[in-house]
Each structure stands twice: as C-alpha cells, then as structure tokens.
Design a protein. Structure first.
Length: 298
C-alpha cells in the first residue's frame, strides 16, 4: 500500500500541467446568453443591454463551459489527477470557491480562447465533509492575443466522513442587519419583501440599496404567498446528514416581481416542473428554526 507521503508526491507532480490548451468557447459572447444571465439574477444594469452592451464580468466562466461534449483542447492530465484521487478513496467532490480577475469587458461578438492549468494540489486536509485534497485550476481567458480575465476554481476531492447516528440540526441561515427584517417576518409566518421608496421596485434577497435605481430608502410589503416554479434543480450529491437527498430546490417566481429559492413540498422531487403553482408555508424544524418552503397548490 502506498504511503500518504507517496500519494501526495504523485499528486504534486500534476501541478503546472495543462488541463486545457487553446480551447475555444462554444459560442461567441452574445446578447441572448447575457439576457438569460441577467434575468436569472434579476440584474437590470443598463450596461448589459443595447448596442454598446458588455457582458457581466462574473460571466467569465460561462463562456468557457464546454457542456456535455467538453472541449477539443482538453488534456488528460486533469482526468488522470481525479482518477488518482478516486483510487485513493477520495470519491466525492464539492466546489469550494472561485476567484476572478478582469482586465477588460467582454462584448458581444468576442470569440474567446482559454488555457487551463492545474495550479495547486494541497496536502491531505480534514474537513467536516471528510478528508481529501483541494485542487485549484487557473484558466486564462483571451480574445485574440489579449488576456481579458483569469478564473481560479477550487474543488475538494474527499473521502466522506462516516455518518453520525443522530441527525445533526439543519444549518442556520446567516442573519445580519441587512436581512434581519425578513427573518423576523418568517418567525411571524409572514413573507416580507423589501420595496424601494424611491422607485417602488420590490427586491429579494434583502439588500442595503435598490438594484434598479440605487436608492437607499425602503419599506416592506407582505407577499401574497403565491408563486410558480421558475426553475429548479434536484440535489443528489454531496450527501449531507441534515438532508434527505434527492430533493428539489426551486427558484420561485412571485407575482410581486421577485424570485426566491426554497424547497418544494407536497410532490415527489421527480414531479417538480417549471410553471408548477405553489404556495408558501412555514415549516418549523426545531424550537429555534422556521423556514419558508413551497407546497404545491391544490
């Protein structure tokens, strides 16, 4: 059996090796994808529309995605690295963080190429999920010969920790001075939205300023509790002791003009569909935690 030191040495040998070389974006930067991105995020910044539109900077990674077929410039090094980790028992994976640097805006019509390198592989680390190695890749994005941005993406490949016999409590939401009013409403079984007092635009999640006009003044309006499924995903992995996968997490569109995330109740996860009518209910998970969930309307 290979020692941990030997495994780490073999993993470190992948540092600096290319994961993709002169790969090409599947599509040029284009207005339809920009529009879909902005609609999903509720971003109404005028810089992303019109004849002089630019792409939102945080879309940088989106233009490099290869979909199911992948990219022709992909090398075997990254797959070999993941295979070595799988063989060492690190069979689960979770994305941990990303960092981006922007040198100039991308504009519709730009055709991107990119090179990806395996930047670092960490020593073995122990986390709440399990023990494994952090793998960081760096992607340099270019238009022609010009570097326009850099994207660093980090995953943890790990061996899952043994499940505890007793189920841990459901994770608590982060409550701060910006969103405390929303969670106080939930405690009272009320679904409260922020509303800008300058332009009347509702918003969710709660923010210090209006994303439409920039105004800082706001009041609240209570939502009707009705909604429809705008989009959804079914969570299978990674397993987490406080949850019972698979389950559906949906982006719910409210008639008040905002969208919010939540679990869908009252229907099997594989029966959730876009356009499904739902209504909010407030589910108590313990004496201290109540969350809004969305039950399929009768």
């Amino acid at each position: 059996m290979r020692t941990e030191e030997d495994l780490t040495e073999r993993l470190k040998a992948f540092e600096g090796r290319p994961a993709a070389t002169r790969a090409t974006g599947k599509d040029p930067v284009n207005l339809p994808m920009i529009r879909h991105w902005c609609e999903a995020l509720g971003d109404t910044n005028p810089a992303y529309t019109g004849p002089a539109a630019i792409a939102p900077p945080t879309m940088l990674q989106a233009w490099t995605m290869g979909g199911l077929p992948g990219h022709t410039g992909r090398s075997a090094a990254y797959d070999d690295l993941l295979g070595l980790l799988d063989a060492a028992g690190c069979t689960s994976v979770v994305a941990t963080d990303c960092q981006q640097e922007y040198l100039r805006p991308l504009r519709p019509g730009d055709e991107i190429t990119f090179d990806t390198v395996i930047e670092t592989v960490s020593d073995r680390k122990t986390t709440k999920l399990g023990t494994g190695h952090f793998v960081t890749t760096r992607t340099d994005v270019r238009v022609g010969p010009d570097l326009v941005g850099t994207h660093r993406f980090r995953i943890l490949k790990y061996a899952p920790a043994a499940r505890q016999a007793a189920r841990p409590p459901r994770p608590r939401p982060v409550v701060n001075r910006d969103n405390a009013g929303f969670w106080e409403g939930v405690r009272q079984h009320r679904l409260l939205l922020q509303r800008c007092t300058a332009c009347g635009t509702p918003r969710h999640p709660w923010l210090p300023g209006c994303n439409a006009c920039g105004g800082l003044g706001w009041d609240t309006v209570e939502a009707s509790g009705e909604g429809t499924v705008y989009s959804y995903v079914v969570m299978h992995h990674p397993p987490f002791p406080a949850f019972d996968p698979p389950y559906a997490v949906a982006l719910i569109e409210l008639p008040e003009g905002v969208r919010m995330l939540g679990n869908v109740a009252g229907v099997p996860y594989d029966k959730v569909r876009i356009g499904l009518p739902v209504r909010v209910e407030f589910q108590a998970y313990d004496d201290e935690l109540t969350l809004p969930v969305w039950r399929v309307a009768a």
